[in-house]
Each structure stands twice: as C-alpha cells, then as structure tokens.
Design a protein around this ligand. Structure first.
Ligand code: CA
Length: 231
C-alpha cells in the first residue's frame, strides 16, 4: 500500500516542491490550492495525511481543520499545519484545533519529511517501512543501522541520509541540486560538488561488493534498480 498525502497550499512553488519531495519518497500526492476545494475533495476521499496551510483562499486552514475534526470520517486524519512566521503566536490555537503537528515556514524539507514519516508510522505503521532492503543491503530507519551481507557498516549521518534517500526510489535519477534539497535541505548553501564528495564517502563505506550507486553522466546519481534483484 502506498501512503496518500494531500497538500492544501496556495503558494504554487511551495506546493510543487512538496509534491516533488513526497513523490520522491514514494507517496501518492494530491494537491489543492483552496480551503473550500480541499473540503469538497476530502468528502470524496480521505488521504493518509494532510499537509495544511494556515492562510488559504476559500476557508482558512484552521477553520478547515476544525471542520475535519468534527466529522467522523476525518476525526483522526493526521494533519500537519504549515504556518508562516508571523502566525507563530497562533501555534497554540492550531494545535488546540486538532492538528497533530505544525511546521513554520520556511522549513527544512528533510525535517518535514521526517515528521511526515513519524506521524504515518504512528497512525499507519503498516504503510511505512522501517527497514529498507535492496540486494545485500539493509537500512533500518529507526535505529539508523546499516548492514551489508549481515555485517554492520559505519556511515556518517550525511551518508546515511543520502543512502536512505536514494534507496527510497530505486532507479530514479536525482540531479545534484535535487539531492542537496532532499538530503541537506533547501536552506543549506553548499556547493553541488559536496554531493560528489559524500557519494564517494558512501561508496567507500559500503565496502567491497557491487556498487549500488549509479553515476548518470550529466544528470546525477541513482540507486541501481538491478541491485534489487539478488545476483
Ligand atoms: Ca497561504
């Protein structure tokens, strides 16, 4: 089963960026820009998680949240509110209205993705795999342990996140810029060559055996799909 996430956000670039990152993690995404449209959509089908902006045309995120909580079908729908800085004083009201969590814009994408995973793991544990497996590599997201052929490997935190990110979407080619956004976060300004350095470290840490990371000339990197099939 693939988790379904609905985004209700009227800032189109932000909505697209969230969609991109959620899809990269393997979620199915539905996005609407108005609060009233979201309410209609949510009467038709209920996603596994809702990312809900605070200020929206139609009806506000906070009002929508209140209405969703009063309906049986959406009473326990996990909701993460997205609030702008100026609205921070309203945080308490957001949580009081029944949101499960909130993030303040501008937020770090990897951090938001981690929260999405954490909430889904609580509410729908069957949808979120704690352990990713590919070939002889096993990555445990909860304990942050990686084993290859049963032997534990020691990776730095960045190498771990990089491998986790690539392993989530085998075969998908990520540009260096996309990897920087997804692994390091948008607010971190590092050179694209940093990605090459960490891919190099990751390869080294993975040790002997087939190299699961594919370098795609002129494009970036991907986790080799053929690696999923044991040799
Ligand atoms: Ca807004």
């Amino acid at each position: 089963m693939i988790p379904k996430v609905m985004i209700v956000e009227d800032e189109e670039p932000l909505s697209l960026m969230l969609r991109y990152n959620l899809e990269a993690e393997g979620y199915t995404v539905d996005a609407v820009m108005r609060g009233d449209d979201a309410e209609v959509r949510l009467r038709e089908s209920v996603p596994d998680l809702l990312l809900l902006d605070w200020m929206l045309p139609g009806i506000s995120g906070i009002e929508l949240c209140r209405r969703l909580r009063s309906r049986e079908a959406t009473r326990s729908l996990p909701i993460i509110m997205l609030t702008a800085r100026g609205e921070e004083s309203e945080r308490i009201r957001g949580l009081a209205t029944g949101a499960d969590d909130y993030v303040v814009k501008p937020f770090s994408v990897p951090e938001l993705m981690a929260r999405v995973r954490a909430i889904l793991r609580r509410s729908k544990p069957e949808l979120i795999a704690t352990i990713l497996r590919a070939g002889d590599i096993e990555l445990d997201r909860e304990t942050h342990r990686i084993r290859r052929n049963g032997r534990e490997l020691h990776l730095g935190p960045t190498e771990f996140r990089l491998l986790e990110y690539l392993m989530q979407s085998p075969g998908r080619v990520f540009s260096r810029a996309q990897l920087l956004d997804g692994v390091w976060g948008r607010d971190v300004f590092v050179d694209e060559r940093t990605v090459d350095v960490h891919v190099g470290r990751l390869r080294k840490a993975l040790g002997r055996g087939r190299d699961p990371i594919r370098t795609v000339r002129g494009s970036g990197y991907s986790f080799d799909e053929s690696f999923l099939v044991p040799a």
